[in-house]
Design a protein around this ligand. Structure first.
Ligand code: MCN
Length: 787
């Protein structure tokens, strides 16, 4: 094994450029003769668009074009598709209303783009926007799920009666009813999974360019999946053949799911570039991001767990309403259905499960993937019910989990997934140990002497990632397969360029993917360069989300590198005048077994390009491509333990300790894995305690800036204690599972469990997220008033 190969905590190669300010983000690029776009966005949640008077804006200094939905309609272009179709069990078709890139006739959420102004400078574009007059006739709006589902609620779309986009069911309703009928007890809970705004550090940006001579388009964009963007743009939104469209996602400063969807602005900068014959660029303001980046979560759930006298889980019934926002974003329909409902078994042997999901339109920003996408919501439901069942039965919270853990693999859940491997007892035991669970009451008593309420929470979760087997997602309605590709080019000097269809925007693929190749070829990590994010350089790829890059993209890379080794071995055997079967690759050298005759990898690489050095009949060169389509998802699991202290006078919750023991299979880079867990847990704590996107009843975005939307800061967080336990994934060559989302999936239930535990003596059985000081203070005050 190379010393910086798989398993080594190699420092991130990409950090040299990021830490020295040498990264190249979309907004850093300058294109010759570039122009600037500004979007005029709806101030109303729902309104009919009347006259648009653009003469003054058109005449403003520097303005090159003012474009509206009518121009798009005249060009018969610009409808943004969703990437998923949901086939409802009862056969009712999913409503897929049009999503014009610039609103036509109606605006349906605050921030819906109405017009695009292109000018010589950013300021000129913005100043001209103030001169554009748009007549709106306001219409009644629905902003929350409760409003949208109320009888007689105003409709976001005429074709979606009751604002229902689709109904979805999973599991066995009759078996679940039967389980409930024989239950000793049923515990039930109404849960809110709060709406979140992703807030990647780099706002979205796009530059469109058109070459009149060749008819070629280039889009630079902040995308997590440039090939998918090209596919959707080419096949649906803009109708440009793929060979005429290059999509480049250069350095991207975080995405967390919000840069998966294909967005209107990406199409519009290309369209405008062709119209005016010059490059058109746009970068979102932070306040613009709040009303135009896809939001996350936003579920209302009623959940019931049927249990036996000893705490054995018998059945689970879950009814979820999921907010889709005003339009269907790219992955939106898949999130509350295939990513959420399929994980409701959690780590437990619950024999009967039935889930019903209603996807609902509202006059809000579209909702799509946000770190965890559907899986944090599922873990939250299951873990809150496990806590509550323990409490209502008088069983210990740890014990009830242990009693119900899945203990044999593979395990077929009642909700479609088959878990291949795991050891939930091991992660639980290690986490209990590390968190000093047994001695918690001492810490609680000590906190009491300081006037603080201390609580401890636990969450044992499993998730499905490494998205996904194409056969499965294809059958489930995905418009494209979800395999991954990798190319490996060995240069004559023995250095290597890797081409991957995944996209790294903080995850460190330039390092970990180089480690994989270094490991397989026995060469230094610095001899391997990883290229990603450019459709003109990488044959194909499905991008990065669903913690899939290592399990799927890394596995494609293993396959491609194995092909390289196979060919290189032939060449080495020829050079060494040995039989191929006797030659093996060891520590970067091809060695004839049992002898000291050897050729270095570099010597063999050179021979691949020199006639007569490679065997007759073999093609020259050393370059291979592979596609990998996994057999199954991967199933990371783990245990999170959180301790909080609450100030009863202010309601302020402080996380004072957080222990994580995750099982993400074999690990390529433990330092990067720890970093991913830290980031995910931080976002999970953010959801549990701080973050909440709020609309008022008229659909105005109340938390539309960082002044009103609280992101976690260092002072909100403890130092995390992170441990790992490994059970290898059984079906990919790396034995690896995903890590990118585990923190955000496991953490919220542990935090809320701790908050509820701290307040348990007051009779509190649940606290909705985010557990802000105000909410907690009110709960304490009301509980005290009752007692
Ligand atoms: N890794 C490893 N060993 C494992 C698993 C992963 O060494 N057993 C490494 C991988 O090689 C990769 C990193 O950990 O370098 C994350 O791998 P993986 O779990 O495959 O996740 P992806 O690379 O596909 O990243 C997607 C995931 C998601 S879905 C979100 S959301 C998210 C996340 O990653 N967004 C992020 N982490 C993020 N981190 C940053 N900094 N910024 C984001 O936007």
């Amino acid at each position: 094994m190379a010393k910086d190969g798989i398993g080594a905590a190699v420092l991130r190669k990409e950090d040299r450029r990021f830490l020295t300010g040498a990264g190249t983000y979309t907004d850093d690029l300058t294109r010759p003769r570039q122009t600037f776009a500004h979007f005029v966005r709806s101030p109303h949640a729902h309104a009919r668009i009347g006259a648009i008077r653009a003469d003054a804006a058109r005449a403003a200094p520097g303005v090159l074009a003012v474009l509206t939905g009518a121009d798009l309609a005249a060009d018969r272009t610009g409808n943004i598709p969703t990437g998923w179709l949901i086939h409802s069990k009862d056969g009712s078709p999913m409503a897929e209303p049009p999503h014009p890139a610039l609103a036509q006739e109606r605006v349906r959420h605050v921030g819906d783009p109405v017009a695009m102004i292109v000018a010589e400078t950013k300021d000129q574009a913005r100043e001209a926007a103030a001169l554009l007059e748009v007549d709106y006739e306001e219409l009644p709006a629905v902003a929350t799920l409760a409003q949208a589902m109320a009888p007689g609620a105003p409709l976001v779309w005429e074709q979606a009666k009751g604002n229902v986009c689709f109904d979805f069911q999973l599991g066995d309703a009759a078996a679940t009813d039967a389980a409930f009928a024989k239950a000793f007890k049923v515990v039930s809970l109404d849960l809110v999974n709060n709406r979140l705004v992703p807030n990647a550090i780099e706002p979205r940006a796009a530059i469109g360019e058109y070459d009149r001579a060749t008819g070629d388009f280039t889009l630079w964009t902040t995308s997590q999946n440039p090939h998918l963007t090209r596919l959707l743009l080419g096949a649906f939104t803009f109708g440009v053949p793929e060979h005429k469209l290059r999509v480049v996602a250069p350095d991207v400063g975080g995405g967390f799911g919000s840069k998966i969807p294909h967005y209107a602005e990406e199409m519009l900068v290309l369209w405008a570039a062709r119209k005016i014959g010059r490059p058109v660029r746009w970068t979102a303001l932070r306040s613009e991001s709040f009303m135009s980046d896809a939001h996350g979560r936003d579920h209302l759930t009623h959940a019931e767990l049927a249990v036996d006298r000893d705490g054995t889980f018998l059945g689970l019934r879950v009814r979820t309403a999921a907010n889709m926002g005003a339009y269907l974003s790219t992955f939106a329909p898949a999130i509350p259905t295939y990513l959420h409902a399929t994980l409701l078994a959690g780590c437990y042997r619950t024999p009967a499960i039935h889930a019903e999901v209603k996807a609902i339109f509202t006059n809000t920003v579209p909702v799509d993937a946000y770190r965890g996408a559907g899986r944090p919501e599922a873990a939250f439901v299951v873990e809150r019910l496990a806590d509550l069942a323990a409490r209502e039965l008088g069983v210990d919270r740890v014990e009830i989990r242990r009693r119900n853990f899945i203990d044999r693999f593979p395990y077929q859940t009642p909700v479609a997934l088959q878990y291949d491997a795991g050891n939930y007892f091991a992660t639980l035991d290690t986490a209990l140990d590390r968190s000093r669970w047994q001695t918690f009451e001492e810490r609680r008593a000590e906190a009491r002497t300081r006037g603080k309420l201390r609580g401890i929470g636990i969450s044992t979760y499993v998730e499905a990632c490494g998205i996904a087997p194409s056969a499965l997602v294809g059958a489930l309605g995905a418009r494209a397969g979800l395999y991954e590709s990798a190319g490996v080019r060995v240069h004559p000097t023995g250095s290597v360029t890797v081409f991957t269809g995944t996209h790294s925007h903080g995850q460190g693929h330039e390092t970990t993917f180089a480690q994989i190749v270094a490991d397989q070829l026995g060469i230094p990590v610095d001899s391997v360069e990883v290229v990603h994010g450019d459709t003109s350089r990488i044959p194909f790829g499905m991008g990065t989300y669903g913690s899939r890059s290592l399990a799927v993209g890394g596995s494609a890379l293993v396959k491609a590198t194995e092909k390289i080794v196979a060919k290189a071995r032939k060449i080495a055997a020829h050079l060494l005048e040995a039989s191929e079967g006797d030659v093996e690759l060891r520590d970067g050298r091809f060695v004839v077994a049992g002898t000291d005759r050897a050729k270095t990898f570099g010597e063999v690489a050179l021979a691949a390009y020199v006639p007569h050095k490679y065997p007759a009949g073999l093609e020259p060169g050393l370059e291979e491509t592979a596609f990998y389509d996994p057999k199954n998802f991967t199933f990371p699991a783990g245990c999170h333990v959180c301790e909080v202290e609450i100030d009863p006078d202010t309601g302020q919750v402080q996380v004072v300790a957080f222990t994580v023991v995750d099982d993400v299979g074999n690990v390529v880079n433990p330092m990067i894995v720890d970093g991913q867990i830290h980031g995910g847990v931080t976002q999970g704590i953010g959801q549990a305690l701080l973050e909440g996107c709020l609309y008022d009843d008229a659909g105005q975005l109340l938390s539309g800036s960082l002044l009103a939307y609280t992101m976690p800061r260092a002072s909100d967080l403890p130092s995390y204690d992170v441990g790992t336990h490994v059970t290898a994934c059984t079906h990919n060559p790396l034995g690896a599972k995903g890590v990118g989302e585990v923190g955000a999936i496991g953490a919220p239930a542990a935090v809320i469990g701790a908050v509820v535990d701290a307040l348990a003596d007051l009779g509190v059985r649940h606290v909705d997220m985010p557990a802000t000081p105000e909410r907690v203070w009110r709960i304490i005050r009301d509980a005290q008033a009752k007692s």
